[in-house]
Structures are given as C-alpha cells and as structure tokens.
Write a protein that binds this ligand. Structure first.
Ligand code: NAD
Length: 361
C-alpha cells in the first residue's frame, strides 16, 4: 500500500481528482510495484502511458499517476478522440529494475482490466517494453512499427506543437507564416529536435537550450540553431517560448522575466499553478497555447494505431490541433478567461454532453 498518513487520505485524493478506479499492482517475484489510475471512461477506454521512475516515496508515485491520468482525460477529450484518461507508473529505476518478467507481469494486471485501460510508452519505457506487455495483453499501443504498431510518437507530437505555434501566431500577427519569427526551444530531446527541424524548414530563427551539451552542439550544427545557456533563456527577446523539457517552467518568477508574446511547447503541466499563472499570463498579454492541447500528437498516434488509421489520417487529426487552438483562443477572448480555463471548459462540456447521451439509452 502507498505510504500515506492514513488510508483515508488516498480516498480524499481520489475524490479531489475525480478518479474512477486505482489499481495497486504488486508482485514480489518480479519486484513489480505499479499503480494504474483510471480517471474517466465516459468517452472510451482510458488510454495513457506507463512511466517507470525511481520515485522517492510511494506517495510521490501515487500523486504522479493521479495527475497524469487526469490530464490524459483532458488531452483525449480536447482532441475529439473517443478515449478516456488513464495512466500507470512502475516504481523503479528503468535502467536497473526492468525485466521481461516484470513487464509481462504488469501486462497481466492490464489484461485483468478487460480493456478498461490501454497503455503506451512514457518516460522510462520504450516500444520494446510495449512489445513485452503485448505478449500478455492486447491492450497496449506504441509497439514498434515492424510489428504493426505506430512506433515513435515524437515526430507527430512535434507536428502538433508546430500547429499550436502557428495558430497562436495567426492570432497575434494575422498570418500563420512563421517566416521572420524567433522561437526558443527549451529541451531538444525527441520532441524538441523534431520541432527544431519543422521550424528551421520555415526559416524561423531558433534558439535552443538543453542540459545535454553534446545534444545541444549536434542539433545546433545540424539545423543551424543558436545554442544558448539554460540560465539565459528568459532574457532572450524572442517571439515564442517553447518549453519541451520539464513542467512548471512557467511560474511567477519566469513570467516576470519572459519577453515573448507566445508560450507553446510540448512539456506537460507547464504552468506551475494552472489558475494563478493562467490568469497572470492573460493579464500580461502573453498568449499561452495550452500544453495538453498542442502536445496531443502522441495520444493521437496511439488512437490511430488502435483504430487502424492510415498515417495520412493520423497527420490530419494532428493538424486539427490548429483549429482546436484557435477555438480555445476565441473562447478565452470572448469570456476573458485564461486559455487553459477555456480549454478545460470545452473538455468538461464535451464529457458532460456525452454522459447525457449515454444515460439516455
Ligand atoms: P526527452 O527526454 O527525449 O527530451 C527532453 C530533453 O530535455 C532532453 O534532451 C533533456 O536533456 C532536456 N532537459 C531536461 N531537463 C532540462 C532542463 N532543466 N533544461 C533544459 N533541458 C532539459 O523527452 P521528449 O519525449 O522529447 O518529451 C519532452 C517533453 O514533452 C516531456 O515533458 C514530455 O512529457 C512531453 N511530451 C512528449 C511527448 C512525446 O511524444 N514524446 C508527447 C507529449 C508530451
């Protein structure tokens, strides 16, 4: 059981987040300690990644899975997918504690949920791990392309972010051409590097920053992007800040320093406090393209795999992020609410409407 002060606190949390079900998976033989959280299944089965991380405490693991699964509900709903939200975490060091047996045992726990939860890769897991899970259950996506899966979602995620940037630029500059614009990409990992490529293809001035110096040097040379130190990114005068590394980089301190007009990136949970910082950005006139809206390419890729869609259809669905972002901005302006609030409003209405449809037959 998680390391909570009392069992009551777990249920208080579930109630606060609005979760439907949380499953604790333990298998001493393989060392498996995992939590599967199913947040909402109104729109369809709960889909979400399995993260493997050496959490300091079991409480941290529980908090992470509750937060991640709720955001999956919102991400799938805003993208118009027929999916609910869920997530899983495996407690352990992915470099040392992962084994075929552990992953297959975990796969059996997913199997027992009879399709209520479908997983995919996340931090600390990869397509090969999904293949092991697939040996025990069909309820897994993101398996390698060589065995019929959708493979690496990062290029699709980057395309979604690119669409979100374009929609935001259209709002502020009247055209969605990015020529002549400048973008700071913080974190040039799998999504960041693909985004740099898309931006450079449109002649955008790109600044990059990453804690991995080798990666920074390589990407800078390959695409002609200017490398900047992580400490100085908030001092740079660029049109767009694109956080593609970590969450919570948008906070009171950074908002006061930021010189950009737009924030649009792939990192999950960019606002340290959704209500406070969403509002602060609105007041400062900085346009925030909500993270879960524009980084939905990965979940769209998984959905396409489940539905057997073609690559063309996956790209079309991802390109719809442009329109989704435009609609959110429109609502934010007409109601004078933060863009993140506008996005939440659209999601919550869709779920409430479909709940009514379901209860009517
Ligand atoms: P990644 O691990 O490949 O890349 C992250 C990069 O950020 C790494 O190069 C790392 O060195 C760098 N980084 C870490 N800490 C940093 C810091 N303090 N400052 C600057 N750089 C730092 O991850 P990814 O798959 O590219 O995902 C990037 C972000 O987008 C993550 O927050 C992830 O949750 C989110 N996301 C990814 C996908 C996807 O399809 N991969 C989909 C949706 C959301």
């Amino acid at each position: 059981m998680p390391n909570t002060d009392s069992t009551g606190s777990i249920f208080t949390r579930l109630e606060a987040y609005g979760h439907k079900k949380v499953v604790f998976c333990s298998d001493p033989d393989t060392g498996l300690k995992a939590i599967i959280a199913i947040h909402d299944t109104t729109l369809g089965p709960a889909l979400g990644g399995t993260r493997m991380w050496a959490y300091k405490t079991e409480q941290d693991a529980l908090d992470d899975v509750l937060r991640l699964s709720k955001s999956m509900t919102y991400k799938a709903a805003i993208s118009g997918l027929n999916l609910g939200g869920g997530s899983a975490v495996i407690i352990g060091d992915s470099r040392k504690d992962k084994s075929e047996a552990l992953l297959r045992k975990f796969g059996r726990f997913i199997k027992n949920l009879n399709g209520e939860f479908i997983t995919a890769e996340d931090v600390g897991t990869n397509p090969r791990d999904m293949e092991y899970i697939r040996m025990e259950t069909q309820y897994v996506t993101g398996v390698p392309e060589t065995i019929g899966g959708s493979g690496d979602p990062s290029p699709i995620s980057a395309l979604g972010v690119f669409m979100g940037i374009k929609a935001s630029v259209k709002e502020l500059f009247g055209t969605d051409s990015l020529t002549g614009k400048s973008v700071i990409v913080q974190g040039i990992g799998q999504v960041g590097e693909n985004l740099v490529k898309l931006l450079r293809d449109e002649n955008v001035k790109v600044y990059i920053s990453d804690i991995n110096e080798e990666q920074t040097a390589r990407v800078s040379k390959k695409y002609g992007a200017e490398a900047v130190s992580n400490n100085s990114i908030f001092d740079i005068d660029a049109d767009i800040y694109s956080p593609c590394a970590l969450g919570a980089t948008v906070n009171t301190h950074t908002i006061n320093k930021l010189k950009c007009a737009i924030i649009a990136g792939s990192a999950n949970n960019q606002l340290e406090d959704e209500a406070v910082h969403g509002r602060l950005l609105l007041e400062k006139g900085i346009l925030f393209a909500p993270d879960y809206v524009i980084n939905a390419g990965g979940v769209i890729n998984c959905y396409s795999e489940l539905m057997g869609f073609t690559k063309k259809r996956t790209l079309q669905l991802t390109e719809n992020i442009y329109e989704a972002t435009r609609n959110i901005i429109k609502l934010s302006k007409s109601e004078n609410i933060a863009t993140i609030q506008a996005a939440n409003k659209i999601v919550e209405k869709r779920i409430a409407d479909i709940n009514k449809v379901k209860s009517s037959y």
